[in-house]
Write a protein that binds this ligand. Structure first.
Ligand code: 4NP
Length: 165
């Protein structure tokens, strides 16, 4: 039975990547694929190692029924490029940081989350990056959730054929 492992990556691992992990986990659970699609998240920075997700991210997620409270920040390591099939970054800065750390043979594993938004979803056409909400207000966290919900639906659809292969 095939499995696929995915690590979502942002800067601090307290706002965007835990949100993506929480959104994707619910979609995977609903699809009864929790034993086939393995999920994690990490940050490229080291400021929030061991920290719970940002309270604003947890509050916004909870309103939509996602539980982020048990997640804890960690920093990406070179071993993650072996462990995971896909390292899915929230923005171009995260992609650049991942490429610096990544063994050359694993570079194809690095992707941008917003690449997975279905073309039919006009709201996000042309959006490359998940917006960094850290220095903004509560509305930024709603936007992050909207973006993660759109992209994770597309990601699940993209992973299904790999599970059957
Ligand atoms: P994240 O957001 O990368 O989505 O977790 C940030 C979290 C912390 C900082 C910046 C962005 N920071 O500068 O500490």
């Amino acid at each position: 039975m095939n499995t696929v492992s995915v690590c979502f990556v942002c800067l601090g691992n307290i706002c965007r990547s835990p949100t993506a992990e929480g959104v994707m986990r619910r979609l995977v659970d609903e699809a009864k694929l929790a034993d086939r699609i393995l999920l994690d998240s990490a940050g490229t920075g080291d400021w929030h190692i061991g920290a719970a997700p940002d309270e604003r991210a947890r509050d916004a997620a909870r309103q939509r029924g996602y539980a982020l409270d048990a997640l804890r920040g960690r920093q990406i390591t070179v071993a993650d490029f072996e462990r995971f099939d896909l390292l899915i970054a929230m923005d171009d800065r995260n992609v650049a940081a991942l490429r610096q750390l990544c063994p050359p043979a694993q570079r194809d594993k690095i992707r941008l989350l917003m690449e997975f938004v279905p073309e039919s979803d006009g709201r996000w056409s042309g959006a490359r990056e998940v917006v960094d909400p850290y220095f903004g207000g509560a509305e930024g966290f709603e936007l992050v959730l909207d973006q993660c919900e759109a992209a994770c639906r597309g990601l699940l659809a993209a992973l299904r054929p790999q599970l059957l292969a």
